[in-house]
Design a protein. Structure first.
Length: 515
């Protein structure tokens, strides 16, 4: 291949361009050739137009995306890129790295600088790279951008959603947007955006990189922490010293070794288990740490999340009605088929069916195993009542506890009078004379709710209930107690939590009405 052909090939490939023509300072401040690490190669090879990256700290994602912006600006005239961060200090840090990289590129293949200031690199080919800080109004308005890099979106406040929408409108048809961040707790816009991307509910392609994906970036720190451990204990960490959790990590990933576990242990000792999980997560479930006022044990939720079973496929449920098969593995999830002579307890928390709160059915066996879940937010009450009847009938006409609030009254009426469902939970009402009267349904109030939730918490933490639903575990993560009130944090749901509480309320009564 002739030199001219080789040059054309390199100029047409961002990875080849970066690795052949760019250099950057390493952690010791020495300028070295830019060779993509594992994380950077994965982003380069897998990037789409819309990308959201959840990562462990200091993996090199920002500097690679910055190098990609330089590649676009230098090789294509009149190309404009925007680098955005949550703080002015972070913005300047990213921009200063870009400038350093620019000056390492051979003069013969790069356009000269036209402007070079704190917020802009403008080139003589008409291209430019700008940097901004999130929080400014109408970010990106009037621009046509080839690449947008948003760093640490999880740390941006309430304006994050509006700012992202504004930036997306500035992207040219062939453009790419990268949202790249470490986690910052749960319930915020970044957490929701990443979750939707992972579930295929928005335009973004999700990437996750843990601290094992960027091992080459921390080799010196691994050695440093090993030395500190040896100085404290007089010897290196051995396999006999490992905790159950550390032994499990060794089994989960072959890249773990005693040096990495020593580093991990020392990092946790210097901060906390939750802080380490946020800065250096092993998986994207662990990354989103819930802090403060948690009702349910976050560690136990994480442990259970890693071992969830798969749902049963359609071809193994020949006895399921055609109506329920329509919902199967979309809004109806089944982990166990009904067993003869087994009692099942069903909790029903109904929404209005207008796309907001969910209508949920949770089914628990007499042994405390979650066997089925239905969750839908657009079913009219009369249709939801039919689903309740069919699921209840399928599970041996299970004992059904229905929350009376919202559309619960309609559900109860349909089941009691239209479907003649026999196994419905009843609560006591008292009239003015103090006479007790049993009525179908359950009333959740300030007195009953703490009792229900405490029962779920005790059973879950003592291992007396087996939860199989990822959705339920996710809702348990965001279920808080604050100022005497319990519920999901703002912007999140707790419908599955309340439905499982209702199912357990039925199980606790020990009542069973024969049909």
């Amino acid at each position: 291949m002739k030199k001219a052909d080789k040059l054309r090939k390199v100029l047409s490939d961002p990875k080849l361009y970066i690795e052949n023509f760019m250099s950057l300072p390493n952690k010791d401040g020495v300028i070295v050739p830019f060779k993509l690490n594992t994380m950077q190669r994965a982003i380069n090879d897998g990037m789409d137009d819309y990308n959201i990256i959840l990562k462990a700290r200091q993996g090199g994602g920002s500097v690679f995306i910055g190098a990609l912006a330089l590649y676009y600006a230098l090789t294509t005239p009149h190309t404009h890129c925007l680098m955005v961060s949550h703080r002015i200090e972070s913005t300047r840090s990213i921009f200063n790295k870009l400038k350093t990289i620019y000056y390492t590129i051979p003069d013969a293949i790069k356009p000269k600088l036209k402007r070079n200031n704190r917020q802009e690199l403008a080139f003589e080919n008409g291209s430019s790279i700008n940097c901004e800080t999130m929080g400014k109004k109408d970010l990106g308005r009037g621009s046509s951008l080839k690449l947008i890099h948003i760093s640490e979106l999880a740390f941006v406040g309430d304006q994050a959603k509006g700012q992202l929408l504004s930036l997306e409108q500035a992207l040219v048809p062939s453009g790419k947007i990268f949202i790249e961040s470490t986690a910052n707790g749960i319930g915020n816009f970044y957490h929701q955006l990443y979750g939707k991307a992972k579930d295929g509910e928005n335009s973004y392609k999700p990437f996750f990189f843990n601290y094992l994906d960027t091992l080459e970036m921390f080799k010196k720190d691994h050695a440093k922490q090993k030395k500190i451990y040896r100085n404290i204990h007089g010897r290196d960490l051995t396999k006999d010293d490992l905790t159950t959790e550390e032994l499990h990590l060794l089994e989960l990933d072959s890249r773990f070794n005693l040096d990495i576990l020593t580093w991990r242990r020392m990092k946790i000792a210097n901060s906390s288990r939750d802080q380490f999980a946020q800065e250096f997560p092993f998986d994207d479930v662990e990354a989103f740490v819930s802090t403060g006022n948690n009702v349910f044990d976050s560690k136990k939720i994480l442990e259970r999340t890693r071992y969830l079973p798969k749902t049963i496929n359609n071809n193994k449920l020949g006895d399921l009605s055609s109506n329920l098969k329509f919902y199967l593995n979309r809004t109806l999830f089944i982990w166990e088929k009904p067993k003869p002579d087994t009692r099942y307890y069903i909790g029903v928390d109904s929404g209005e069916g207008i796309g907001q709160d969910y209508s949920v059915i949770e089914v628990v066996s007499e042994e405390g195993i979650q066997v089925a879940e239905f969750r839908h937010n657009k079913l009219a009450p009369h249709t939801f009542a039919e689903v309740c009847y069919q699921i209840g009938t399928y599970y041996n006409t299970g004992y059904m506890t229905i929350e009376k609030a919202s559309s619960g009254h309609s559900i109860i009426t349909k089941l009691k009078y239209d479907y003649k469902y026999p196994n419905l939970h009843k609560h006591k009402d008292y009239d003015a004379r103090g006479r007790a009267k049993k009525k179908v349904g359950f009333v959740t109030n300030g007195k009953t709710k703490p009792i229900m939730v405490d029962r779920l918490r005790e059973l879950f933490e003592e291992g007396q209930i087996l939860i199989n639903s990822k959705i339920l575990l996710e809702e348990m993560k965001v279920f808080k107690s604050k100022n005497g009130k319990m519920g999901a944090i703002s912007g999140q749901h707790d419908d599955t939590v309340m439905a499982i509480c209702l199912a357990l309320e039925g199980l606790n009564t020990g009542i069973w009405y024969k049909g």
